[in-house]
Design a protein around this ligand. Structure first.
Ligand code: NOJ
Length: 569
């Protein structure tokens, strides 16, 4: 494990825990499954893991609705399992970041339950945003804000008051002006840092503070000036958190989920006494087109240089359309507000571009994120039967947006048919067996939302995965790709190994090289160059000593269409 500053160059693998590996056969991924697959992650060559929420949750939004921040949901295991997992990951040389959800909690959280039990105006309601409505009888919401998942951002209670939720109604928005909220989260940080967590990914990092008075946004809101995001007061929160992270002998780190329209806003979160890094969504949303990509890379490097933060690169995550699918479309951009489900995609082109994009991101300076399944070249699953959809977006959008389930389908590990080795029912070597008895779970989680039955303490028969896997994934299992030297998995392994050996020690700068139209080439340090051919025809490589790796076979110095090559120069 690299020590101080490891995060500046880390390759971080995102574990969407529900869909990574199921160790107890209930059809939902868990800590037992993850622990059993740690050698796979070590061999892949990543430096760290980021786990999506593992806390006690009713799973109204896949765990982003937390009922107990200091315990593990029984669907995933126990606190003891989490501690074992942390120790084992560290033994394998892997750091661990976990998700922190501070913008909102679950409606099952004791604070919200107490607030509901209290009358209007009671201090128990002050940790949230409760308000009387507008209109003669308070029958209209307190303002015109809409939820990111669709519909109004307010829900009315039988006592007439409304409460704010920028996401699902089961995710009440916390009031960060309340000192008790601040104290609680500082304590939660220490709770997990003391157990060995190396850092946090901060959910909705730009959203915690609101403009006082919660003013209307109006008919034509300015996306760069919204009353529910990027309020100046949020920076003080991260300064306090940074001091806590820095107080550890092995300093802990933060990566922010900061979706903001301008880089000027974004970069303020990365000042030296705030967050260490943030996801580069500008790059994720960018078209697969050379001028746009070059501009985004330049903007990213320039912006991060201003504050001394490392750039990051990300192609997909659990909220987006998998990039194999996106890059096979005519319009290769991504827009959170319009996923364009079902748009025609050319799967062969998408895979070729995804291979090149993986190599490009791994060649650039800074940190890089790999979403589980990227390394297998998985595409978006666009035909999940409507009655199997779990994402709250589907209901909240009045069935106009299928949401994000298509990128959350459980991973295919082996075999010819679903569950493709995802579930290992009752294996006596399952690490969960030894730990199920010593659960220290305390909260009354009701893991509902239509998922398979919760609980890891008994051995269920193997259930089908919580989302259906396409039959075509037989060709994409880890097992199948292990046996194919030209697979996406082998490409990722080779690229990560080379990156570790040759690139992470280089300065955080690139030098663009002159290249033909439709081709991007840059150099890092004295001996390395990366060339990406965005055109549909082969491109001649610049002078080089050797081809270190290429996403398509290089013949006679020609880089095929949609290819990327790493060169020793
Ligand atoms: C961002 C998370 O990535 C997403 O999955 C979640 O639904 C929202 N934040 C709300 O927590």
């Amino acid at each position: 494990m690299r020590s101080n500053g490891w995060w500046r160059t880390a390759a971080i693998y995102q574990i969407y825990l529900r869909s990574f590996a199921d160790g107890n056969g209930d059809g939902v991924g868990d800590l037992a499954g993850l622990r059993a697959r740690l050698p796979y992650l070590r061999d892949l060559g990543v430096d760290a893991l980021w786990l999506t929420p593992w806390n006690v949750s009713p799973m109204a939004d896949g765990g982003y609705d937390v009922a107990d921040y200091r315990d593990i949901d029984p669907l995933f295991g126990t606190l003891a399992d989490a501690e074992r997992f942390l120790a084992e990951a560290h033994e394998q040389g892997l750091r661990v970041l976990v998700d922190l959800v501070p913008n909102h909690c679950s409606d099952a959280h004791p604070w919200f339950r107490a607030a509901l039990a209290a009358p209007p105006g009671d201090p128990a309601r002050a940790r949230f945003w409760f308000s009387p409505g507008r209109g003669a009888d308070g029958e209209l919401p307190p303002n015109d804000w809409t939820s990111y998942f669709g519909g109004p951002a307010w829900t009315r209670l039988p006592d007439g008051e409304w409460y704010l939720h920028m996401f699902a109604p089961q995710q009440p928005e916390l009031n960060w002006e309340h000192p008790g909220v601040r104290a609680e989260f500082e304590d939660v940080l220490r709770f997990w840092f003391d157990r060995g967590v190396d850092g946090f990914r901060i959910d909705v990092a730009h959203g915690l503070m609101k403009t006082p008075g919660l003013p209307d946004v109006g008919a034509a809101p300015d996306p760069a000036d919204l009353p529910y995001q990027d309020h100046d007061g949020v920076h003080e929160i991260y300064r306090a958190w940074r001091a806590i992270a820095d107080s550890y002998e092995d300093p802990r780190v933060f990566v922010g989920e900061v979706w903001l329209p301008t880089t000027a806003q974004f970069v303020r979160y990365l000042r030296p006494d705030e967050l260490h890094s943030a996801f580069n969504f500008e790059f994720l949303c960018c078209a697969w087109e050379p001028n746009a990509i070059r501009k985004t890379i330049d903007d990213t490097l320039d912006t991060h240089r201003l504050v001394g933060a490392p750039p990051t690169w990300v192609l997909s995550n659990h909220d987006t359309i998998r990039h194999v699918t996106r890059y096979g479309r005519e319009d290769t951009t991504f827009d959170l507000g319009n996923r364009r489900h079902g748009a025609f995609t050319d799967p062969v082109l998408g895979v070729r571009r995804a291979r090149a994009a993986a190599m490009l991101t791994l060649a650039l300076p800074g940190g890089v994120y790999v979403y589980q399944g990227d390394e297998l070249g998985l595409s978006e699953v666009e035909d999940i039967p409507l009655d199997r959809i779990q994402d709250p977006t589907w209901e909240r959008s009045s069935h106009t947006d299928r949401g994000r389930d298509g990128c959350r389908v459980p991973l295919p590990w082996s075999g010819d048919a679903s569950p493709f080795g995802f579930s290992s029912p009752g294996s006596s070597s399952s690490p969960s067996l030894s730990s199920s008895a010593d659960s220290s779970s305390s909260a009354d989680s009701s893991s509902s939302a239509g998922l398979s039955s919760p609980g890891s303490s008994s051995l269920p028969s193997s259930q089908e995965p919580w989302l259906p896997q396409p039959a075509s994934w037989a060709a994409l299992t880890v097992e199948a790709q292990e046996a194919d030297a030209s697979s996406m998995l082998h490409l990722y392994r080779a690229a990560l190994a080379l990156r570790n050996a040759r690139l992470v020690s280089l300065p955080e700068e690139i030098t663009w090289l002159t290249s033909d139209d439709g081709v991007l080439s840059f150099r890092r340090g004295d001996g390395f160059a990366c060339v990406v051919n965005f055109t549909a025809a082969p491109a001649r490589l610049p002078e080089h000593a050797a081809v270190l790796l290429s996403s398509e076979p290089v013949v006679d110095g020609l880089l095929p269409a949609d290819g990327c090559a790493w060169l020793a120069v």
